[in-house]
Design a protein around this ligand. Sequence first.
Ligand code: ZN
Ligand code: CU
Length: 494
Amino acid sequence: MPTAPKPDWVLRNASVIDGTGAPARTADIAIAGDRIAAVGALTDVTGASEVDVAGRVAAPGFIDVHTHDDRAVLSDPNMACKVSQGVTTVITGNCGISLAPLETDTAPPPPSDLIGHRPEHYFARFADYLDALDSEPPAVNVVAQVGHSTLRMGTMNGLDRAATPGEIAGMRARLEESLEAGAVGMSTGLFYPPANAAPTGEVVELAAALAPAGAIHSTHMRDETEHVLESLDETFEIGRRARVPVVISHHKCAGSPNHGRTRESLPRIEAARRAQPIALDVYPYVAGSTVLNPRRMMNASRVIVTWSKSHPEATGRDLSEIAASWGCSEAAAAERLQPAGAIYFIMDEGDVRRVLSSPFAMIGSDGLPHDSHPHPRLWGTFPRVLGHYARDLGLFPLEEAVRRMSGLSAAQFGLTDRGILRPGAYADLVVFDARTIADRSTWAEPTRPAAGIDLVMVNGRVVWRSGAGTGARPGRALRLQELGPKGRDREVTA
Ligand code: ZN
Ligand code: CU
């Protein structure tokens, strides 16, 4: 029998939580190259490097299914905000906005400015974007979607109307070319002005290109407030008519009149799931964050300015305070701050817990990496679910928390051999202390790294250790063609 090559790493005495929801068990983990070579009692194996991780959990690296990291993975490739949480893969292109395919000589309208505020941030072809990641890889793996608003911007001369049949054909050609290049799906942001005038049929005609390619559809729905149920129905209809798995982004019922209404929305989603593949993602906070829109403050009880081009000194301050000091209304202050971004306190804690507790909820940060004073979800989402919600509040077992940020997400997006800790899988993994893991980012100090994360590995290389990034950038741009079938989340349900 040929002797197996000596592993590069052996992690000893780990409490292994494998991402399927199965109970933790003690084992050693051997890593050779970019794969996990063995898991078990590996007494006669010696690694080039050995680490005793007794008392620590080893889990599959977390998959952040909802990000706006499209440009951050190129401009800040160490991605400390994510690897410091144990995240090893990010899914980009959410909420209708992506950096490709778009050729433009003007600054794109909000909310695209959250990911790219200059024409040179954009890529004419999706292949160019993925190639850029290949030549300058980040620390994390990247799975990229195409934004519907981005397709509209590249095809239409005005965005305040439905696309014509000719424009739909143009968008569909660009979408198909992007899928061929490796995009994994198309997102919409029907809530936002660049796509709000798009009727359901326009989205269906584009989404119909996804199913034959094995791609998925994700959506920041048209409405997450008063008409959230109608928006859910529209989302189900798009999935059904286009025969494509759908991901409902950052599910919430926003604005005080709608607090408690996840009691209606979640059963609605569960019922629809019996007939078609539907998933959702959620972040563990009662506040959202996006561009500051003076006409759409969403019944927020508090608004914090996250950036302002015209008044950078307002960053980090409450809008009410700014309005008082300027002697004007909050709407007028929001107008003067343009262009700008904000955090909106719009959710009910009970709703957040109800959505997090849903067995098909995937964890996605929705963090905004270019904001000067970002929402703390950018640095805190995953440790907050593990520490605050699973351990401290006992909302669900740790194994279940891990599954919702690894195995479930990998199955949904078809990430073969990721999101699971077993022999043969990619060595994307995180070692953390379940007793001390905690988010440290706050509304006042939003960029503090989490506590309790000991070691993070991507494709077999260490990217974070003992509170600091290593500078290694072993991430890969994963193409649709190398992924498995989507929408199979039931298979990993414990
Ligand atoms: Zn969104
Ligand atoms: Cu988003």
